[in-house]
Design a protein around this ligand. Structure first.
Ligand code: HPA
Length: 278
């Protein structure tokens, strides 16, 4: 049995972060960094760093490649929040830690959210190191963060997901990519519960269902943010071929090594997305 995000804790998180922000700061954009994406902040102008441990309900991420720091940065388009590291459903602590960056973003005025992740490539035309813009998702987690008592902060009881990854948000990411000189793959991200990687038969099944890539995150945050009225964009780094397609066994070391190689492109894309106008 899992419960919806605990709103009392979410409010406490906001109350703890707000006074630590620079005076007059009103972030319009936020990025959640998936496995290996944290170093995208490296050449951004950092104003504040707030460790997740100091944010009620957030807690340290237990996963290598997820640093667990909220970084407030200044960009050409204004202030932005960079969540260096994400909490996952497979960590077994329910939805509250996963909802914290979304609720913080919402309450601090963020309108555009970029969700990043590492994923296994299912589409045989992809290469390791490719960046894929998420055009849609398939939720294979078997859970949904909105199950349970409804609260109006998450919009209507039955949110429509038809345009979760809206055409506007997608064209903005494409503009950022072309400014950065990067070509993006596009495709459907399938999220499993993890923490195991898939079996080869599962990968074939998800492929038949329409998946281009598979991972263990992002979808819950995308649902919460969209339900709360935040514009969502998603991008995956193909860190490996999915099980059965890859000639070698999968490992988290391979995932982090691949993101290190792709980092110059990941960094350029995030920077352009942050700087780029509406
Ligand atoms: N499967 C699931 N999650 C992942 C993978 C994968 O192949 N690669 C990176 N995250």
């Amino acid at each position: 049995m899992t419960f919806p995000p605990d709103l009392n804790i979410l409010e406490q998180a906001v109350e703890s972060v707000r006074p630590q922000l620079p005076e007059g700061c009103s972030p319009q954009r936020a990025v959640i960094c998936g496995s290996g994406w944290g170093d995208v902040v490296q050449d951004l102008h950092c104003l504040r760093e707030i460790p997740y441990e100091n944010i009620p309900g957030f807690g340290a991420t237990g996963v290598v490649g997820h640093q667990g720091v909220l970084v407030v940065v200044e960009t050409a388009s204004g202030t932005a929040l960079i969540f260096k590291g994400r909490r996952h459903f497979y960590e077994g602590e329910g939805w509250t830690p996963i909802a914290i960056p979304i609720f913080l973003s919402l309450k601090l005025g963020v309108q555009d959210l970029l969700l990043t992740n590492s994923a296994g490539a299912v589409d045989p035309d992809f290469q390791v190191g490719d960046l894929m813009m998420m055009t849609d998702h398939i939720n294979l987690i078997g859970e949904n963060p909105l199950v349970g008592r409804h609260h109006e902060v998450w919009g209507p009881r039955f949110p429509d997901l038809t345009t979760l990854y809206s055409p506007d948000a997608q064209s903005r990411l494409q503009r950022a990519a072309s400014k950065a000189g990067i070509s993006l793959q596009t495709g459907v991200y399938a999220a499993t519960r993890g923490p195991v990687y898939e079996t080869p038969a599962e990968v074939q099944a998800w492929k038949t269902l329409g998946a281009s890539a598979v991972g263990m995150s992002t979808v819950p945050e995308a649902i919460l943010a969209h339900a709360a009225g935040i514009r969502v964009t998603g991008v995956s780094c193909m860190t490996n071929f999915a099980a059965g397609i890859s000639p070698t066994p999968l490992s988290h070391e391979e995932v982090t090594a691949s993101t290190r190689e792709a980092m110059p492109r990941m960094r350029a894309l995030v920077k352009e997305w942050l700087n780029c106008g509406q």
